[in-house]
Design a protein around this ligand. Structure first.
Ligand code: T3D
Length: 264
């Protein structure tokens, strides 16, 4: 586990809260924050006492993408190979986020720009403060969308809106993002953390085996044919149907009481 302060890590009631913590730089990514964030997701993935992750940012912003202070061309030297930084820093973390079975709730507390916006969109359920904005800032500095953004935007919104957001870098207010189906909900700023925490706790204490399979099932639908997808539903349902949580869920329903899930 990283001992960096670039991401604060708090475990409570089976939720691991990861807070991007470089508020003076709007939580933009330096190497330290990359490694700390990845370590946080790895811990959540591997620790059976954690059922869900809550990702948010410290201060007035969520994340302003890459720390451009680390990309100053005036410092001289050859241009950086950004393919290498994506390969070694962003993409391994994104792959963990998508492949881990536990749900990731994102509370976008303020501006989310560049890779910051797209890290948020790689989470499973995204809530945002009404004051937050999503900015595909890349085109302003001559780059292309990364951190999964070209995939997420296109899948969530379709080409027309994805292209317009990426080509113009126009800020998208949280409420519009929710109206368009890019995120789950836009909430009053003072309600965001309470609602996001409650949601993460509910998921973390739910039938996590089934929830993990559900996450993978929905993700697979983006590339599967209908035929392949209903086969996958069959396979996952077979697995879920053998779980103790399924037996508990049905028993609790029949006994008219709240279920007590164990994630097994
Ligand atoms: O390089 C690679 O490895 C490839 C990967 C690239 C991925 C990417 O994310 S590329 C895109 C990088 N991000 C951006 O281009 C966004 C840059 N930031 C902004 O456009 C604006 O800051 C915002 C629209 C996000 C917010 O604007 P505003 O007016 O609310 O805040 P501000 O005053 O611009 O920023 C506040 C402070 O944060 C300021 O510092 P100061 O002057 O108070 O000392 C500002 O410099 C700093 N800050 C904001 N974003 C970044 C940053 N510092 C470093 N890097 C940043 N990305």
């Amino acid at each position: 586990m990283s001992d960096s302060t670039a991401v604060t890590v708090v475990e409570d009631q089976r939720v691991l809260t990861l807070t991007l913590n470089r508020p003076d730089k709007l939580n933009s990514f330096n190497e330290d924050m990359h490694y700390a964030l990845r370590a946080g997701f790895e811990r959540a993935r591997d620790d059976a006492n954690i059922g869900a992750v809550l990702l948010t940012g410290a201060g007035r912003g969520f994340c302003a993408g890459q720390d451009l202070g680390n990309r100053d061309p005036r410092a001289g030297g050859p241009a950086p190979d950004l393919g290498v930084t994506l390969d070694t820093l962003y993409n391994p973390t994104l792959r963990i986020m998508k492949s881990m079975e536990k749900p990731i709730v994102c509370a976008v507390n303020g501006v989310a720009a560049g890779a910051g916006a797209n890290i948020a969109l790689a989470c499973d359920i995204v809530l945002a403060a009404k004051s937050a904005k999503f900015i595909q800032a890349f085109s302003k500095i001559g780059l292309v969308p990364d951190a999964g953004g070209s995939w997420s935007l296109t899948h969530l919104l379709g080409e027309a809106r994805a292209k317009a957001l990426a080509l113009t870098a126009e800020p998208l207010p949280a409420e519009t993002a929710a109206d368009w189906g890019m995120i789950w909900k836009a909430l009053d700023d003072d309600k965001l953390m309470d609602e996001a925490t409650a949601l993460a706790r509910k998921l973390a204490n739910g039938p996590t085996l089934g929830l993990g399979l559900t996450k993978q099932l929905i993700q697979a639908a983006s590339t599967n044919s209908f035929d392949a997808q209903i086969d996958l539903e069959r396979d996952f349902q077979r697995q879920a149907g053998k779980s103790a949580d399924y037996a508990e869920g049905v028993t609790a329903f029949l006994e008219k009481r709240a279920p007590e899930f164990r994630g097994k």
